[in-house]
Design a protein around this ligand. Sequence first.
Ligand code: DLL
Length: 436
Amino acid sequence: MPIWNKKYETMPRTELESLQVERLRDLVTYAAGHNQFYHDKMEGAGVTAADIHDLDDLAKLPFTTKQDLRDHYPFDMFCVPLNDVCRVHASSGTTGKPTVGGYTKPDLELWSEVMARTLSSCEVVPEDVVHNSYGYGLFTGGLGFHMGAEQIGCTVIPVSGGLTKRQIMLMEDFGATVLTCTPSYSLVLAEQAAEMGVDLRGQLNLRVGVFGAEPWSESMRKEIERYLGLEAYDIYGLTEIIGPGVSVECSEHDGLHIFEDHFLAEIIDPETGERLDYGQEGELVITTLTKEAMPVIRYRTRDRTILHHEPCACGRTMVRMEKVFGRTDDMLIVRGVNVFPSQIESVLLAVEEVEPHYQLVLDRARHDLDSLEIWVEASEKLFQPVDTRRLDELQAYISNEMQQALGISTDIRLMGPKSITRSQGKAKRVIDKREL
Ligand code: DLL
């Protein structure tokens, strides 16, 4: 299967590590020499490039946090004058100011390169017609995929999100073979196609889907593959690092390879900041080794995962991260118990008469106790006509499964078809009324 950049993607690990150390040294000098924030940070920690001998010396470097980025909004994290920045992207975030990412020309070339590697890892080839439904604009999804697909030489359809009906028509008329969008939007497309009487599996040529930008479970993957008749790949990335193109699955679907020649990954204990070993779960921390406009040193992503370094059957030597379970700040604490939305998703989607559309509503009503309502759409056939007995049985069954999986009681609300808001990009799964 195609490996876009064999030299780097299959580099022996010892060679790769030497390259990383060399690049890390250069980065420390570059960042401290071109940016006040990094200058002060390095001086405060008493570290210079001369202190970096191997990758364990990473621990000597201070972390960079989302708060640091906020404090230096919009452009004070840049290492080059604005004149040399040829593109700015930003992530909306839930509150306050967005998180900004800046790119020089070489940064854009790097981004195209890692996105070409990404798409090749998903078996995308120059003959493919790529229907790109990631949002174009400040969000990194649309343009990131666009550049990677062009780099490979695919035919790109820059459709962006929304106007779902039209998207189905275009996919059919233009003969899309690859679909790129958030996993939740892929299900909206599937639903719309069904409504229009278009059989996505039979009438369309879709072969591959490259889905990311939000957490999605293995059960969600099965649903998507079943509805769309394609092979679904997980892609991970974030604006602060580059956008999409940090890591991606290969056809083994056994973790996401991180492009470590550019993005150096570590896992830390989110409480203590201590570095953890391969195989241990914690917070992903990334250092960009080669970016010019806005490199980051030991950036705390707040995403939880596990790293594995064992060789992969695909031939790539790059470390693999497990599917992101969620962000440390997405973790819900319900009556003192930690719950990840992805755990709930896995339980729900294992139930046959339930649709993959759900929302979690947290409140603190009675006696200051948290309540967790799980709204999920039940299968359409239970509403034509309403089968109260079956709905009651189903509700009791899901409540019990949820209690087993989460260790807390939840309130299951089985909803009618299409009653949960659909999204064109990242789905909003959690409504926390406790914060209001
Ligand atoms: O979501 C970049 C991207 C675009 C990735 C398209 C993949 C595809 P941001 O808007 O800055 O950037 O959001 C980044 O989204 O820290 C994770 O919490 C989450 N995220 C991204 N990909 C995944 C994934 C883009 N595959 C934040 N699984 C990250 C789980 C993901 N969470």
